[in-house]
Design a protein around this ligand. Structure first.
Ligand SMILES: [Zn+2]
Length: 203
C-alpha cells in the first residue's frame, strides 16, 4: 500500500505553523508516502473571498513543497479553475494528478498545454451512465495521461467501490474505443510513472 499526505482545501483548520515541516518529514521518512495530496481548491464549499484566498495560499505552499521534493501532487479541484491554473503555472515541473476529474474538455486541453506532466484520473460519476461532460473530457486526454480511481469511500455510485474498478475500467475503455485489457495496462503504466511506484499484481 502507498499513500499521499496533504491538507485538503475543505480541511484548512488543520493547517498550522508546523504543517509543511510535518508533510516534508512524512514524505522523506516513509518510502510508502509517495507525494502530496489531496490538495487544491474547493470554491463550491468556500463562498467567501478570505476563505478562497486561504485555499490559494495553502495550495501554493504545498505545490512549492512538491516541486522542491520532486514528488507528485493529487489535485482536488471544484470550481476555481482559473485560480488553479494561475497557481499551477508557477510550478510547471510538478507531476499533477487531477483527481476525480470533473472539468471540461476545454480545461483539460488548457492544462495539457500549460503543464508538461499533468494526468487526469477519472472516477465513476464522470463516466457512469448518463454522464456527458466526463466522456467528452476523457476523449481530450491522451492515453499516456490517463488514470482511473474509485475515490472510495467518497463516491456514492454503483461503480464507486474499489471492487468495481474493473467495471469502471471497462467503461473507460469503451469510451476510449480500446480493449479493457489495454486500458488496464495503460493506466497501470501511467500510475507507475507518475507516482514513481511499482504496482504489484496479486493475480
Ligand atoms: Zn477530492
Amino acid at each position: 500500500m502507498a499513500y499521499l499526505v496533504g491538507v485538503h482545501p475543505t480541511n484548512l483548520d488543520a493547517w498550522g505553523s508546523q504543517t509543511l515541516i510535518e508533510l516534508e518529514e512524512a514524505i522523506r521518512r516513509d518510502p510508502r508516502c509517495l507525494g502530496v495530496g489531496e490538495v487544491g481548491l474547493d470554491f463550491h464549499r468556500a463562498p467567501s473571498q478570505p476563505e478562497r484566498a486561504r485555499q490559494r495560499r495553502c495550495l501554493e505552499a504545498q505545490l512549492a513543497l512538491a516541486a522542491r521534493l520532486e514528488v507528485p501532487v493529487s489535485v482536488h479541484l471544484r470550481k476555481g479553475f482559473a485560480d488553479f491554473m494561475a497557481i499551477a503555472k508557477r510550478y510547471p515541473g510538478v507531476r499533477y494528478v487531477m483527481h476525480a476529474y470533473a472539468g471540461s474538455a476545454e480545461f483539460a486541453r488548457e492544462l495539457l498545454a500549460a503543464l508538461p506532466a499533468v494526468y487526469f484520473s477519472f472516477a465513476a460519476p464522470a463516466v457512469g451512465s448518463g454522464a456527458r461532460r466526463g466522456p467528452t473530457a476523457l476523449a481530450a486526454v491522451p492515453h499516456a495521461r490517463l488514470l482511473l480511481e474509485s475515490d472510495a469511500p467518497y463516491m456514492e455510485h454503483a461503480l464507486g467501490p474499489p471492487a468495481a474498478l474493473p467495471r469502471l475500467g471497462g467503461r473507460l475503455a469503451e469510451i476510449c474505443g480500446i480493449e479493457a485489457g489495454e486500458l488496464a495496462r495503460i493506466v497501470t503504466r501511467n500510475a507507475e510513472g507518475v507516482f514513481d511506484w511499482q504496482v504489484v499484481s496479486t493475480g
